[in-house]
Design a protein around this ligand. Sequence first.
Ligand SMILES: C[S@@+](CC[C@H](N)C(=O)[O-])C[C@H]1O[C@@H](n2cnc3c(N)ncnc32)[C@H](O)[C@@H]1O
Length: 198
Amino acid sequence: MGIRSKFKKYLLHKRLPIETYEPIKKSKPEKIKEMVTAWAGLELIIEDILERFDIGRDSCIEFGVEFGYSAVVFSNFFKEVKGIDIFIGDEHTDHKGDHYEKTKASLAEYENIELIRSDYRDWIKKDTKQYNFSHVDIVHNYKETYECGLWAAQHSECTIFHDTESFPEVRRAVIDIAKATGKHVYNYPHCNGLGIIV
Ligand SMILES: C[S@@+](CC[C@H](N)C(=O)[O-])C[C@H]1O[C@@H](n2cnc3c(N)ncnc32)[C@H](O)[C@@H]1O
C-alpha cells in the first residue's frame, strides 16, 4: 500500500472508528467457485465469525449476489441460502447488463442456493422471516446500504457488510445501523473491509 492510501485509511479509521475484528482461525471452505471478485479472501473468516458468535446454520439471505462468489461460500455453512439481486449491476460494479440466466446456470450445481431476481426494496416489503445470517453487498451508497442493512440486521442474528474500507458511505451506514438496532459492530479491515453487526 502506498503512503497516500495508508494516510487515507488512517483518516477513515480516525473519522469513523469501529472495533477491529480479529479472527482466531482462518479456514478455507470446501466449496469455492473461482472468479474475479472483490470479495476474495473473506471466505477464510466466515466460519470463525459463525463460531465466535454461535450463529445458527439453517438460513442465510444475501443482498448482492452478482456472479455468486459469496453465495457459494455461504452455501458451505447454511442449509438454505437465498440470493437477492437485480442481476443488472449498478453504478459501482464493473459488469453492467443482465446476467441472471448466466449466474443461475453457473450456480445450478449448488442445490441449497436459491437465486431471486428482485430489487431489495421490493423484497424487504414482503419478507417477514427471521434468518440466522445475512449479507449486504449491493450498490455502495449510504441510503441503500442503510435501508437494506437495517432490515437485514432486524431479521437476522448476524449481518455482514462488504466494502467498509473501500466505501466510507458503507462504513457510515454500518455504524448507524448498529446504533439504531443496539447491536455490536466490528470491522475486519482486509479484503476491502467487512462490517459485522451482531
Ligand atoms: C458488488 S456486487 C456483489 C458481489 C458479490 N457479493 C460477490 O461475491 O462477488 C453488487 C451487486 O448488487 C446488485 N444490486 C445493486 N443494487 C441493487 C438493488 N437495489 N437490489 C438488489 N440488488 C442490487 C448488483 O446488481 C450487483 O450484482
